[in-house]
Design a protein. Structure first.
Length: 612
């Protein structure tokens, strides 16, 4: 009888594991600006190494496929090569015995369709498309294109005010983004090649904790131009646009529908994530820039838009997405069924709920849903359940938000689709009826769901909160003449509204509900484009320069994460949950930056407001 070994895989395989981990890190750190055809070739070359050699399409076809793709990537191919590439890939996909050949060929076919312009440029013009060049990852993926390496270097030297000023060069909300930014800048961080992405948001928070935004003077405004711009909405996008236009010398008048400024940063983000007094620091600094006038409790309708577009040189509409998206389920009109927008808006006005003795059910799986369940915990609820029709892995909320909610005692009821609300004889909700779901085939990048062959389930609830998205109140602006598609304003690539040459729109009302930093990026772009439309090309001076780079420290080192207050304390109040970095931690984390703005990653991205 042949004996069976219980030893681990061969030594070579064990060593291969380390090589594969390194390879995966390189993939995660792929810099922006890569040629798509070259990227596909790299993927195909890696796939070729995995073929077992048993079936002809995979064994013999993949090398031939790589040869054709290599000619195209090298800009030496002819038009017939593209058809040959496609035909061969289809044959390999359909004829391979296992997923190795199928996946490799399908990836090429998907690439041909996804990057058709790039393939055409390689074959017809014999060059990459214009703009293909590596760029600094953190600056590129930040929607406001902030000089991340520069302010990290300043923060590491303890030069907090200068760090804040450098952030504000491209983003006038350094405090807001230090607390609540979803940090897309960390995506593809080159430090991943060594250990892990730098904690960029944590460093930004360290900087604003060291120098409050309203204590750092804003740049002096340029001479007055005599031009007037109306900004509708005082959220992150509207106030960003107002800030830069005022620095350029224009007179700005901001109209806000509510009593306080900040938009969804005040009326959509709970205080435990972003204390209101810290938001006010950013706002006070912004309002100190140039000639900015603010009118609160101002409802702008169709007639007001006509007047403003006629009397002002330009109008920027940044009204956000403040209307709740509803669920069309039986019983949703019962007493005790509210929207997330309604709940969080009240808290923005300092009206905190009291849920003591109640059972709360929140429907949704995004960041707003996490805000609702964590708020319900702090409001004293006896039981808090989150109901989501997909899996935890499919939730759009930040992973750290999901983990924090679970730690605070929230029960995650996944693969449960709400079907109706059960109410008592007085019309008050008593329970949420749910249909169990089963996971299915992928659609739009994540698995779909369908009703499982199971009985419906009943979840007792005294209050049901729907956190399933927000809508834009477009009707008054549509009547004025602003086109709308899929519930958001239509603009060109420069945020200008078609048919209305002096009207611009941006932020959530134009892109759909998204993040603070994306709204900031839109406001900054709108300011520059309005300035250009008015015939100017103002160049600003933030008064700060990034320090000279130091030699890279490539010693593998653990990432410094921001700790939170212990659950038993933080879930009892609405105080800031984060503790921030110590000086020692911040210096260490800043020292991990590889200064890609100076070493190896290419030039900084364009699209900025210009500075001397």
């Amino acid at each position: 009888m042949t004996r069976l070994s219980v030893r681990p895989p061969a030594v070579t395989d064990a060593r291969n594991e380390e090589t594969m981990q390194s390879f995966m890190r390189r993939i995660e750190a792929t810099p922006p600006g890569q040629c798509a055809v070259t990227l596909l070739l790299s993927q195909l070359d890696a796939s070729r190494l995995q073929t077992c050699g048993k079936c002809v399409p995979c064994r013999d076809g993949l090398p031939q496929l790589a040869e054709i793709l290599r000619r195209i990537a090298g800009c030496k191919a002819e038009p017939d090569d593209l058809e040959a590439l496609k035909s061969l890939a289809e044959m390999i996909r359909d004829g391979s015995d296992c997923a190795i050949g199928w996946d490799a060929a399908q990836a090429v076919l998907d690439g041909i369709e996804r990057f058709s312009d790039e393939f055409r440029s390689h074959i017809e013009a014999h060059e990459c498309q214009k703009g293909i060049a590596q760029s600094v990852p953190c600056e590129t993926f930040c929607p406001a294109h902030v000089d991340v390496p520069g302010y990290i270097a300043l923060a590491g030297e303890g030069r907090f005010a200068e760090a804040v000023a450098l952030i504000r060069k491209d983003n006038p909300f350094p405090t807001a983004c230090g607390f609540v930014c979803e940090h897309p800048c960390e995506k593809r961080c080159r430090r991943t090649l060594i250990d892990a992405p730098i904690n960029i948001r944590g460093i930004k928070k360290y900087a604003v904790d060291g120098a409050a935004a309203d204590t750092v003077p804003v740049p002096k405004a340029l001479p007055p131009t005599g031009r007037t711009i109306a900004v509708i909405g005082a959220g992150p996008s509207g106030l960003t646009c107002a800030y830069y236009l005022a620095l350029m010398g224009h007179k700005v008048k901001v109209y806000e529908a509510r009593d306080k400024l900040g938009g969804m940063m005040r009326y959509g983000i709970p205080a435990y994530r972003f204390p209101r007094e810290r938001l006010d620091e950013d706002i006070r600094a912004i309002l100190s820039a140039g000639d900015i006038e603010v009118v609160t409790n101002a409802s702008i309708g169709t007639e007001e838009m006509k007047t403003l577009s006629r009397e002002c040189d330009a109008v920027y509409v940044a009204i956000g997405a403040h209307a709740a998206k509803g669920l069309r389920l039986p019983g949703m009109d019962s007493k005790g069924v509210i929207s997330a927008v309604e709940m969080l808006r009240a808290i923005g006005d300092d009206v905190y709920p009291d849920y003591r003795g109640k059972k709360i059910a929140v429907i949704g799986g995004g960041n707003v849903a996490m805000d609702c369940v964590r708020t319900a915990v702090r409001a004293g609820a006896d039981e808090v359940n989150l109901v989501y029709r997909r899996r935890i892995d499919d939730m759009t909320a930040l992973k750290e938000e999901i983990h924090a909610a679970i730690a605070e005692g929230v029960e995650m009821l996944t693969l449960e689709a709400p079907v109706s609300v059960e109410a008592d004889e007085n019309g008050c909700c008593r329970a949420l009826i749910m249909q169990p779901q089963k996971i299915g085939a992928y659609t739009r990048g994540r698995p779909g769901v369908a009703a499982a062959d199971k009985e419906t389930e009943r979840l007792e609830a005294d209050l049901i909160i729907a956190a399933v998205g927000q809508d834009v109140v477009t009707k008054p602006f549509e009547d004025f003449g602003m086109p709308v598609k899929w519930g958001a304003f239509v603009t060109d690539e420069f945020l200008q509204v078609p048919g209305l040459p002096n009207v611009y729109a941006g932020g959530d009302c134009q892109s759909g509900p998204t993040t603070v930093i994306r709204a900031v990026g839109a406001g900054k772009a709108a300011a520059r484009n309005i300035d250009e439309m008015l015939g100017y090309h103002h160049i600003l001076d933030c008064g700060v320069r990034a320090p000279a780079p130091k030699a890279n420290n490539r010693t593998p080192m653990g990432r410094v994460n921001i700790n939170e207050r212990p659950v038993k304390f933080r879930k009892r109040d609405f105080k800031d949950v984060e503790l921030g970095m110590s000086r020692e931690e911040a210096i260490q984390e800043c020292g991990r930056c590889l200064r890609c703005d100076c070493f190896g990653a290419g030039a900084a991205v364009g699209g900025r407001i210009q500075y001397v």
